[in-house]
Design a protein around this ligand. Structure first.
Ligand code: HSE
Length: 404
């Protein structure tokens, strides 16, 4: 029997217990042993809950129990999750987590501790909810140099943008629905400002590059400035607005960013709607590959955590994760990235389009039957050049980057 402990009995923690109970027989068969939850750690009481008899409030019980071989850390946040994880690994216990913030910040160190002790620190659920992406990057795409990873990595914002586009509901209502469905982070700011997607692309960039990509270095813009008017223009252009997290290797150097993009219907991520996430990767020999599935929510995320528990149980004395070094990855600057830009400006198409073309160069004008404004798509140039051109007029209402 493999005894495990679950730290955190929130949305994901209770999902882990539910998945282990629902699929007990097949999980045990696949793990080659019986997996038993011995403890559930949480500060709160859960009277009448099936885990009541396993509930503990003191972490020391877990770390000092030699029977516990695997610990599930689904507490979220950096502390005390970091200290608890480190101590569990140092005490000879493998750890499985959904905690992207912790993996993004301290992944290199925790992976190294696990490797030294022939244990595992597994974090499939930290990126893409239920989608297997870490395991493929770790063990399937190993013949390739990964030169691009672009994804819709946040279910909450994808849900909000989809609802705004297809149901015509406003931002606040869509956010509330996402929270009720258990997709959102404790603080919705982490979702809507793009911080959650930023941590996830930092993890994927660290895995792809083998070095520590610091999320503070990644340019991040959320969806809070996206309005119903922007969506009208997008529909008029036959495009969708998606919050993309992207990481590319060009001339031997990595570039990463998170921002809303206008993508056309030929783009592989165009039809990824609602809470779904998708991750598109490009290998230098493989070409393109795409992963698609439920990107958030209690059970999809718990499913990924439990898959890690099965893997950890099958490899109790063997480290199976590729690690990345703590050497800092120097990312290239956003200002050098080249692309087209969609710009909304105050004015009248007939009288002001020529003035805009003088500033922004050749433009494709777009209208969405909105009074006192029009939009256009520029030619391709760098972010620095866009900034310099936009500074020459006070007519700009909003800019959204164009992909494809
Ligand atoms: N809040 C996250 C999301 C949960 O919406 O994608 C999954 O990481």
């Amino acid at each position: 029997m493999v005894q495990i402990a679950v730290m955190g009995y929130g949305t994901v923690g209770s999902g882990v217990v539910e998945v282990l109970n629902t699929n007990q027989a097949s999980i045990n068969r696949r793990a080659g042993d019986e997996i038993n939850i011995k403890y559930v750690l949480d500060l709160r009481e859960f009277p009448g809950d099936p885990v009541e008899s396993k509930l503990i409030h003191d972490f020391e019980t877990i770390v000092n129990d030699p029977e516990i071989r695997i610990v599930v850390e689904v507490m979220g946040g950096v502390e005390p999750a970091y200290t608890f994880t480190k101590r569990c690994l140092e005490a000879g216990k493998s750890v499985c987590t959904s905690n992207k913030e912790l993996v993004a910040r301290h992944g290199a160190e925790l992976l190294e501790i696990a490797r030294e002790r022939e244990l595992n620190y597994l974090f499939e659920a930290s990126v893409g909810g239920g989608i297997p992406i870490i395991r493929p990057l770790n063990s399937s795409l190993t013949a390739d140099e990964i030169i691009e990873i672009t994804g819709i990595l946040n279910g909450t914002t994808n849900y909000i943008l989809s609802q705004m586009t297809h149901e015509g509901i406003d931002f606040e209502t869509a956010l509330k629905e996402a929270q009720e469905k258990g997709y959102a982070e404790r603080s919705p700011e982490a979702d809507v400002e793009g911080y959650d997607a930023c941590r996830k692309i930092a993890i994927l960039t660290s895995l792809a590059s083998g070095c520590q990509a610091d999320y503070e270095d990644i340019y991040t813009e959320g969806i809070t400035k996206i309005t119903a008017e922007d969506i009208k223009y997008a529909r008029k252009m036959g495009r969708a607005i998606k919050l993309l997290a992207t990481s590319k290797k060009e001339n031997g150097r990595f570039f990463a960013m998170v921002a809303p993009f206008l993508i056309n219907e030929m783009h592989p991520l165009y039809s990824v709607n609602d809470v779904f996430n998708a991750i598109f990767a490009k290998g230098n020999v493989l070409g393109d590959v795409m992963f698609y599935g439920s990107g958030a929510g209690k059970l999809p995320t718990a499913s990924a955590v439990v898959a890690d528990v099965v893997d950890a149980a099958k490899h109790l004395h063997r480290n199976i994760m590729t690690f990345w070094s703590s050497r800092k990855l120097e990312l290239t600057d956003l200002s050098d990235a080249k692309r087209r830009f969609f710009v909304r400006v105050k004015g009248n198409k007939k009288t002001d389009a020529i003035k805009m073309a003088e500033i922004f160069g050749p433009i494709e004008v777009v209208t969405a039957e909105l009074a006192g404004e029009f939009g256009f798509i520029t030619g391709e140039y760098t972010e620095a050049e866009y900034k310099e051109r936009a500074a020459r007029t006070d007519a700009v209402i909003h800019m959204i980057r164009v992909e494809g």
